[in-house]
Design a protein around this ligand. Structure first.
Ligand code: GLC
Length: 537
């Protein structure tokens, strides 16, 4: 039996607004993505080599939450192009062996969705029960983006529930017709040849049947001052996901990867529960542990151990360093003089651990969070919470392709400002430099494809004499044994490794040198901020 693609493939998240604009309106589009498919994977090591792209929402939307407020799940917003463009994208991506994963936002719709418009009309509307309406606010629930989760609607003198913005009313998953309608949307996209779905905040879909108030806890903003035990993670969600899984399984090897939002301090066991006790729900639930790790060997090691031990038997791990909701890791781990080296170590870890890696567009060239002046803020989170939260615009700025105006992203006015360093830091320059971060990502991704042990081999921590600074692990199976040693500190290390390993190995890849020599493992010498991938004899 071959291993499914979603276990071995490298996923690349694209935020379509910011990838490539082809019509000069300053916003990226589907044609722009098509234009760069060869960059992503042309079948040779001259390209990045990703196996799947995940597109964040491109559906018709009023864009209160930048597409996470959908008004037609089976359409394409004209800003991004047409359905024909989407069909071309699928066809051209598949020709190159690239899978297409799309985002499904099923917890809520836009308030402009015809379902909500109809639901809102009257208390006897056939769609009334498709959303959650109450005469009074029944509890203390808060909206993730601020304020109460209940908004009064004067037309019918009732309140409706929204876990995010008031413009994002929550669907009522307890209504069978709603579930049927959503499953039809899944069928629609699978019939088009889509290979997988990223399910937005999928642990929010069911709420407590009795609408009980959440208990209080300490936190910074009102939303964080509640334990979200009644407005998410309800047992009924598991049953619904089992049904969804059965549906997608009918179409062959598809992937369901779900976003499970966690409370501060809640660990990944909450997320891994959504694989299902019998691995019959999500194929993958995003593991966001790395997003909160400080730059310490032990922090990452702990995060991996926690995830490996919390998965149900047979569950497959996954790792993420950056995404469209969190500050980019290049900025999180910035340290003067060391940032580039750290980015290479992070990449080596992400791409050699046991589990599916998810990259975020631009991380391969070390894109940073870009300071966006307040008057240019787009994200509702930034608008509401600045200066306590700068919003998410900073990690969503346009891709830096080349040294042309606006980094080649657009000939118009970009919807968000570009990084000021783009003349230096861009794809074109990095392709020409064998030591660049991009060249390193490419080498690593193509190497991974050639070494099945790195894809499916077992993972085992190797104790070393400098555990505080260095994270060492093995990937091993009947075909080989590989040691990965990642020095998170800037000191030179002479590592003694736990016994049982061979005395020498062959260096396959270092984050610092191009050497590929035989290497002594007893002790193993690592420079500061160096990562090594070593084939054991
Ligand atoms: C998810 C998305 C985020 C969006 C939110 C509401 O967390 O990743 O961007 O704002 O859901 O749909």
């Amino acid at each position: 039996m071959t291993t499914p693609w979603w276990k071995t493939g490298v996923n690349y998240e694209i935020y379509p607004r910011s990838f490539q604009d082809t019509d000069g309106d300053g916003v990226g589009d589907l044609k722009g993505i098509i234009q760069h498919l060869d960059y992503l994977n042309d079948g040779t090591p001259n390209s990045l080599g990703v196996d799947a792209i995940w597109l964040t929402p491109f559906y018709p939307s009023p864009f209160y939450d930048f597409g996470y407020d959908v008004k037609d799940y089976c359409g394409i917003d004209p800003m991004f192009g047409t359905m024909e463009d989407f069909d071309t994208l699928i066809e051209k991506a598949h020709k190159r062996g690239i899978k297409i994963v799309i985002d499904l936002v099923f917890d809520h719709t836009s308030h402009r969705h015809p379902w909500f418009i109809e639901s809102r009309l009257s208390k006897d509307s056939p769609k009334r029960d498709w959303y959650i309406w109450k005469d009074t606010r029944p509890n203390n629930w808060k909206a993730f983006f601020g304020g109460s989760a209940w908004t009064y609607d004067k037309e019918t003198d009732q309140y409706y529930l929204h876990s995010f913005l008031p413009e994002q009313p929550d669907l009522n998953w307890r209504n069978r017709d709603v579930r049927e309608a959503l499953f039809d949307i899944v069928r629609f996209w699978m019939d088009k040849g889509v290979d997988g779905f990223r399910l937005d905040v999928i642990n929010f879909i069911y709420k407590d049947r009795e609408y009980r108030s959440n208990p209080f806890c300490f936190g910074r903003r009102p939303y964080e001052m509640q334990h979200h035990i009644y407005d998410r993670n309800q047992p009924e969600a598991h049953q619904a996901l089992q049904e969804l899984r059965q549906l997608v399984d009918l179409y062959g090897e598809k992937m369901l990867v779900g976003e499970i939002a966690l409370d501060k301090g809640e660990d990944s066991t909450v997320a891994s529960a959504f694989y299902g006790k019998n691995n019959d729900e999500l194929h993958l639930a995003f593991n966001f542990e790395f997003l909160n790790c400080s730059w310490k060997a032990k922090a990452f090691r702990k995060a991996v151990d926690l995830w490996e031990s919390s998965l149900p038997p047979g569950g497959w791990p996954n790792y993420v360093l950056s995404n469209h909701d969190m500050p980019r890791h290049y900025s999180r781990y910035a340290r003067w003089g060391h940032t580039e080296k750290r980015a290479k170590i992070a990449a080596m870890m992400l791409l050699t651990l046991r589990g599916t890696p998810f990259l975020y567009y631009g991380e391969e060239i070390g894109m940073r969070n870009v300071r966006v002046p307040r008057w240019k803020f787009q994200d509702p989170v930034g608008k509401r919470y600045w200066p306590f939260h700068p919003g998410r615009d900073e990690e969503r700025t346009p891709m830096q392709w080349n040294t042309n105006d606006n980094a080649g992203f657009t000939i118009g006015q970009p919807w968000l400002p570009l990084s000021r360093d783009y003349k230096k830091n861009n794809v074109q320059n990095q392709l020409a430099d064998p030591d660049s971060l991009l060249s390193f990502y490419r080498r690593l991704i193509w190497l991974r494809k050639k070494i099945p042990t790195l894809l499916t081999g077992d993972y085992r921590v190797v104790e070393n004499s400098a555990d505080d600074y260095c994270y060492t692990y093995l990937r091993e199976d009947k075909d080989g044994r590989y040691l990965i040693a990642l020095n998170f500190s800037s000191r030179i290390l002479d590592l003694n490794l736990a016994s049982g390993l061979s005395a020498t190995g062959q260096l396959i890849l270092s984050t610092l040198t191009a050497d590929q020599d035989n290497i002594c493992l007893n002790p193993l010498k690592l420079c500061g901020n160096e990562g090594m991938l070593i084939k054991l004899k």
